[in-house]
Design a binder for this molecule. Structure first.
Ligand SMILES: C[S@@+](CC[C@H](N)C(=O)[O-])C[C@H]1O[C@@H](n2cnc3c(N)ncnc32)[C@H](O)[C@@H]1O
Length: 318
């Protein structure tokens, strides 16, 4: 038994794939929220996407975090409670732990089995660190387990995950973070920058086809978990940069006219009609600073890599 890790299932209510699929396919512009990508296979596919040369985000962010860890710790101080929504395999936090020396770590994720195994591995590697892993849906709440010690908090949100929210939803999430970290609280956040469309389009259309598999896995998940006749073979991956919106849009395109049956419901797809599965908003420095300032934070410092590909911001509750 590993002594320094506890698990907390907050049973996120918004977790029903069935409800999300019925609601999303009933709309005229069909869509399903990206949180449903992450069953065990989806989490594993995402880890493999992070190793693809075109998907520059994790490589650049990791390099930045490794070289900035001491500087960040000088600005935050040590001994904070460190909270990471969407922690996944907890790879990036490892780059900071020795410098930040948190009093406790609270990794949160919707993919609970995956979170449990990554939290256990982390607990073995860092025996000095109390870990309280929680299954939550961060689009709804950020519940902190009762065992977590008092003291100043730092929320870590890498991977440009904020980009999966629309800018107005991102504002709502930032206010939730603001209330969760409270007075004296800080947030360290990785944000993808606006850049050439060629680089962005390549990042979400890797040559190995892993982003396509990740996108299509949503349909396989529906096939396995729901009473439906959906056939993933008649859909294709589509990802492109929408310059006007400033985001990558990811869709599943129906390659044929088809009717999908689900528990007595029938959903018609025209040939070429899409199911919208994810947005990934990119932020200029001014856009991001305005967003955090409007939602209760002040910038402490920010860093951009030499090629302008990715930015890391440290902000504090105003
Ligand atoms: C894009 S990955 C990023 C993983 C990691 N933070 C990183 O930067 O490499 C998103 C992670 O957030 C989790 N996730 C996605 N939506 C979520 C939600 N609504 N609530 C909690 N976790 C979520 C996924 O399971 C996955 O582990």
């Amino acid at each position: 038994m590993i002594e320094n890790v506890t698990f907390h299932d907050h049973k996120p209510q918004a977790l029903s794939l069935y409800d999300a699929v019925v609601a999303g396919l009933s709309k005229s512009d069909k869509s399903i929220p990206p949180k449903f990508f992450y069953d065990q296979r989806g989490s594993e596919l995402f880890d493999r996407i992070c190793e693809q040369p075109e998907y520059y985000l994790p490589t650049v962010e990791r390099r930045m975090l490794s070289s900035l860890a001491e500087e960040i710790a000088n600005l935050t101080g040590t001994g904070r409670v460190l909270i990471e929504p969407g922690a996944g395999n907890a790879a990036k936090v490892r780059l900071l732990l020795d410098a930040l020396r948190p009093s406790a770590f609270v990794p949160m994720d919707i993919s609970f089995d995956y979170l449990k195994s990554s939290a256990r591995a982390l607990a073995v590697e860092y025996p000095w660190l109390p870990i309280h892993a929680a299954c939550v849906d961060f689009t709804h709440s950020l519940p902190i387990p009762r065992e977590v010690p008092n003291g100043p908090r730092l929320l870590f949100f890498p991977g440009s995950s904020l980009g999966n929210f629309s800018p107005s939803e991102a504002g709502g999430f930032l206010r939730l973070v603001h209330d969760t970290v409270g007075s004296g609280g800080m947030m360290l956040i990785g944000v993808d920058t606006k850049k050439s469309e060629r680089v962005l389009n390549a990042a979400y259309n890797d040559a190995a086809g892993l982003t396509a598999d990740f996108n299509l896995n949503l349909l396989q998940r529906m096939q396995q978990e729901l009473d439906t006749d959906i056939d993933p073979e008649v859909f294709e991956h589509l990802a492109f940069y929408n310059d006007e919106e400033g985001c990558i849009e990811m869709h599943l395109v129906s390659t044929e006219e088809q009717t999908l049956r689900l528990n007595g419901h029938r959903f018609e797809f025209k040939k070429g009609e899409t199911l919208h599965t994810e947005n990934s908003y990119k932020y200029s420095q001014t856009e991001f600073i305005n967003l955090v300032t409007e939602n209760g934070f002040n910038e402490v410092r920010h860093w951009v890599d030499d090629d302008g590909l990715f930015a890391v911001y440290l902000v504090a509750v105003a």
